[in-house]
Design a protein around this ligand. Structure first.
Ligand SMILES: [Zn+2]
Length: 479
């Protein structure tokens, strides 16, 4: 390719070059005009319908026609003639062939009998029918047997024999029916699964139908599931095979210990022990969450075990400390007028330990339970007047005094925030207020401090049992 400055050596720019791009024009000197005319390979995408384009097009057409004229003749290879197929044979081909129904295939059509076939006078009866049936919704075993053609009396007997076995709709039942008589068949055997650990069968014997029960061995060792938290704890649990209920319980247990939104990192590892029952026949049944652990990449590990104290189940950590009672709420919406500690008693006129907090609540202000618990006492209590006393987990008690009216009865359970009565001035009191006390192990403690530091805890002999349980659960799936 010539540089642009070379134009000076070849005189004025040729006229034809005006229609060409500068780069193309630079390729043609006056001495090269001859070669341009015999240019054969022309790009037909450039300068469409120009004179040069038509020449290129003409060359292409001429070459194509020449190729077609000069090509040697091709003829089909010689082959045999197809055998003629009759109408009957064609029907047989269609019947034997397997094709899509939408194209009219009738595969499986019965073949026409040949002359070798002899017809029977009567078809033989099947002496016994074995089948599986499912109990329909709102149906019992007896009705199901009648539905599939069992003798009415036998069906009633089977139903009576299985009366003690709960049969859910959808249960699959294995049935053997005997000889046919008057359009219905006798019952020979009806067998079904009664729960995970047993199979029951009603079997015909010379003495009539009788019930047989066969126990199935069940392995009750719990299941341990561990894995990485990853992008989302719930979905990682589900992907690891944890049932929705157990996953929800696990998150709930952890939420008492840390902030699920910010305290869990993708590299933390979850560790669950779930009650599990496996039958020898292969079926399994997942149960409740027994242990909730989180091995954290940074920060202390969490180990929680479900334990029941005084009738209420709660999650405790490995050392036997339960949920923090910092979740306690104030029992009344009113200002604190007197704190916890030594003070001059306004009526008795001497220094006296004030074992609770006074709230300056107007007469009739609703009072609620500070935490979940049970009503220990609700009635008159000397200087305390009308008093409600609640027992909470971990040996914590709360009392609410000088009430005008109580709305709970001893022995009943209360939830945190539930209305227990209304403020008043009953007992030794100078005016309407709520005297609120918190006790741990029978000793009054400062309600201000209990809000932040107190935990319910397992102590005494049950602590040893609890520790043994933790060790057993942590041993699941290890050796
Ligand atoms: Zn008081």
């Amino acid at each position: 390719m010539l540089a642009r400055s070379d134009w000076g050596d070849h005189g004025p720019r040729p006229v034809f070059a005006r229609h060409l791009p500068a780069a193309a024009a630079s390729a043609f000197g006056s001495r090269r005009r001859r070669f341009r005319k015999i240019e054969l390979a022309i790009d037909l995408s450039e300068d469409v319908f120009s004179l040069r384009w038509w020449r290129g097009f003409g060359t292409l057409t001429a070459l194509t026609v020449a190729t077609a004229l000069l090509a040697p003749p091709f003829e089909p290879l010689p082959g045999g003639h197809p055998a003629p197929v009759g109408e009957a044979e064609e029907a047989q081909f269609v019947a034997a062939g397997v094709g899509p129904l939408v194209e009219g295939s009738n595969a499986g059509m019965a073949m026409a009998p040949t002359s070798a076939v002899e017809t029977l006078a009567s078809a033989p009866e099947r002496p016994r029918v074995e089948l599986f049936a499912r109990v329909g919704p709102g149906e019992n075993i007896g009705r199901m047997l009648v539905r599939i053609g069992a003798r009415y009396g036998d069906a009633g007997q089977v139903q009576a024999l299985l009366a003690g076995t709960p049969v859910a709709a959808g249960t699959s039942v294995s049935i053997t029916l005997g000889h046919k008589d008057g359009g219905v068949r006798s019952v020979e055997r009806v067998a079904l699964r009664a729960g995970l650990d047993a199979e029951v069968a009603v079997v015909a014997s010379p003495a009539g139908l009788k019930l047989e029960r066969q126990a199935i061995a069940v392995d009750e060792s719990p299941l341990r599931i561990r894995g990485r938290v990853g992008d989302g704890l719930y979905w990682s649990l589900r992907a690891a095979g944890v049932a929705p209920d157990a996953a929800r319980d696990y998150l709930k247990a952890l939420s008492g210990q840390l902030d699920l939104g910010s305290d869990i990192a993708p590299n933390d590892r979850f560790d669950l022990v779930i009650a599990h029952r496996r039958a020898a026949t292969g079926e399994s049944e997942a149960g409740a969450l027994l242990y909730a652990g989180l091995d954290r990449a940074s920060g202390s590990n969490i180990q929680l075990v479900k334990w029941t104290v005084g009738g209420s189940s709660q999650w405790y950590d490995g050392a036997g400390t339960g949920r923090s009672v910092s979740g306690m709420i104030w029992p009344v919406s009113a200002p604190i007028t007197s704190g916890f500690g030594e003070r001059w008693h306004p009526i008795l006129h001497f220094m006296r330990m004030h074992k609770g907090i006074d709230f300056g609540a107007h007469f009739g202000t609703p009072i609620v339970a500070a935490a979940d618990g049970s009503v220990e006492r609700a009635g008159w209590s000397g200087g305390y007047g009308e008093q409600v006393r609640l027992a909470h987990a971990g040996g914590i008690e709360t009392s609410y005094s000088h009430m005008s009216r109580m709305v709970v009865a001893p022995g009943s359970a209360v939830r945190q925030g539930q209305l227990i009565g209304y403020s008043g001035s009953s007992g030794l009191s100078t005016g309407p207020h709520l005297h609120y006390e918190v006790m741990r192990g029978g000793q009054a403690i400062n309600p201000m401090s209990v809000r932040f530091i107190s935990h319910s805890a397992i102590d005494g002999p049950s602590l040893a049992a609890f520790k043994a349980r933790v060790a057993a659960l942590l041993g699941v799936g290890r050796g």
